[in-house]
Design a protein around this ligand. Structure first.
Ligand code: FES
Length: 92
């Protein structure tokens, strides 16, 4: 059974916002990693500000209802592989 998942990456621009903390680079990296697993990069979407940018950049995985904060580029392969392939949560 295929389970539909989406990864939302906050890329909101502005001082102190996720976009200024690497959110834009993160969304590119997430799309690259999803593609590497043979999945559509359209599973990765831009997310608007959810008022958690002090912990940003922020990433949300639907429908798992899992939030990742202070996500770095190096975290991306682990998050993608564990969520989309192994279905477990990664500590960041
Ligand atoms: S800018 Fe990302 S949570 Fe506010």
């Amino acid at each position: 059974m295929e389970v539909f998942r989406q990864i939302f990456v906050c890329t909101t621009p502005g001082k102190g916002r996720c976009g200024a903390k690497g959110g834009s680079e993160l969304i590119d990296k997430f799309r690259e990693e999803v593609s590497r697993l043979g999945l559509s990069p359209s599973l990765v979407l831009r997310n608007a500000c959810t008022r958690r940018h002090e912990e940003g950049p922020v990433v949300f995985v639907f429908p798992d209802d899992v939030w990742y904060t202070s996500v770095a580029l190096d975290d991306v392969p682990h998050i993608v592989e564990r969520h989309l392939a192994c279905w477990t949560v990664v500590e960041t």
